[in-house]
Ligand binder design. Structure first.
Ligand code: AKB
Length: 339
């Protein structure tokens, strides 16, 4: 073959969404190249893995010498709690790193055949000044309450707008974003997020460990099962551009308060030990995010339909999956650790 090989690029491939997404892309027959700070996983099916920092130009020079990112899933990010605590790092990764990848993708595309760029945005783009305003808002639509309280939410919103602007400026880029709710997986625990309280509790319960619970009992967020989230991202990636009426789409989830999650986890793990360890900063972040979102646009435009509702999320996915997962292995790091 002459010139760089067209591939599907996945950054943050070793993270929560990445590991699931790569498996699915490989299963579909995509030629996948992965990038992550961590080493590649044996048997992942990826053509190649680049271990390193997405802000390192040398990494992209080495990548560009061999590959052309025809589709990019840019999952590498500094999540919300981590971003608030390390703003310089968050700017470097979430803004500078992403802007570089957007340009790389645009250069890989053409007017006739634009390169697709899938960006995982977040409910963090929304912002409520008070718990009462949040409670009154109901299911939030894409164009409402776009006043993010966190640096992370501001960065997500800025990249949504930058992607759309770069696409308008010069042909070559086809930019699409989903705004994920809190994600919950039976296999992995996220790191550095603020919606982590639910997955941390569930995994601690399954491991028989105590959980330091950092939000108030009435803290409410929407949560989506990881397989549904990956399916939604792939549906958006695969849809015909003519059907897409927005740049960024809400993906919905089942809305749970913290106390409701504790009660639901207790049904299957009655011995779960929850230590209330309120973290005011993280609780305030949750209070600024919507308790529920309206995902009607995603349902209409690209057929988004999560397989799980609030009961089957636990009974068919999380509980059986997590029991199997901890039967298989007991050597993961402590999930009760607050990062
Ligand atoms: C986080 O908590 O930072 C993420 C998110 C909601 O974007 N899970």
């Amino acid at each position: 073959m002459t010139g760089p090989e067209p591939v599907t690029l996945v950054t943050g491939s070793a993270g929560e969404i990445g590991a699931n997404l790569v498996r699915e892309l490989v299963r579909r027959g995509d030629r996948v190249v992965t990038v992550d700070l961590r080493p590649g996983r044996e048997g992942s099916g990826a053509l190649a893995h680049f271990a390193g920092d997405i802000t390192d130009p040398a990494l992209w020079n080495a990548f560009g010498a061999r590959y052309l990112p025809r589709t990019t899933f840019h999952l590498a990010a500094v999540l919300s709690t981590h971003a608030e605590r390390s703003p310089t790092l968050a700017h470097r990764v979430n803004i500078e790193g992403t802007a570089r990848l957007l340009r790389l993708a645009r250069d890989a595309g053409s007017a006739a055949n634009p390169a697709r760029f899938l960006f995982p945005s977040s409910i963090a783009v929304y912002g409520f000044p008070s718990r009462s305003r949040k409670a009154a808002a109901g299911n939030v639509r894409e164009d409402e309450h776009l006043d993010p309280a966190t640096l992370y939410g501001q960065q997500k919103l800025y990249i949504e707008r930058l992607g759309a602007a770069l696409e308008r400026e010069r042909p070559g880029l086809d930019f699409r974003a989903v705004r994920f709710p809190g994600l919950i997986s039976c296999d992995t625990v996220p790191q550095g997020g603020t919606s982590d309280w639910a997955p941390e509790l569930l995994h601690a319960a399954a491991r028989g460990e105590p959980c330091a619970f950092f939000v108030r009992g009435d803290a409410r967020l929407p949560f989506c099962a990881m397989p549904d989230a990956v399916r939604g991202l792939l549906q958006l990636a695969g849809s015909d551009r003519a059907n897409l009426r927005r740049t960024a789409y809400n993906l919905g989830g089942s809305s749970f308060s913290a106390d409701e999650v504790i009660a639901r986890v207790r049904r299957d793990f009655p011995d779960v030990r929850v230590h209330r360890a309120l973290d005011e900063e993280r609780d305030r972040i949750v209070a600024s995010w919507p308790g529920a979102v309206d995902d009607g646009a995603a349902r209409r435009d690209f057929g988004w339909a999560p397989a799980h509702d609030r009961e089957t999320l636990f009974s068919r996915y999380l509980i059986p999956g997590i029991r199997a997962r901890y039967r298989r292995t007991r050597d993961e790091p402590s999930v009760a650790e607050v990062r």
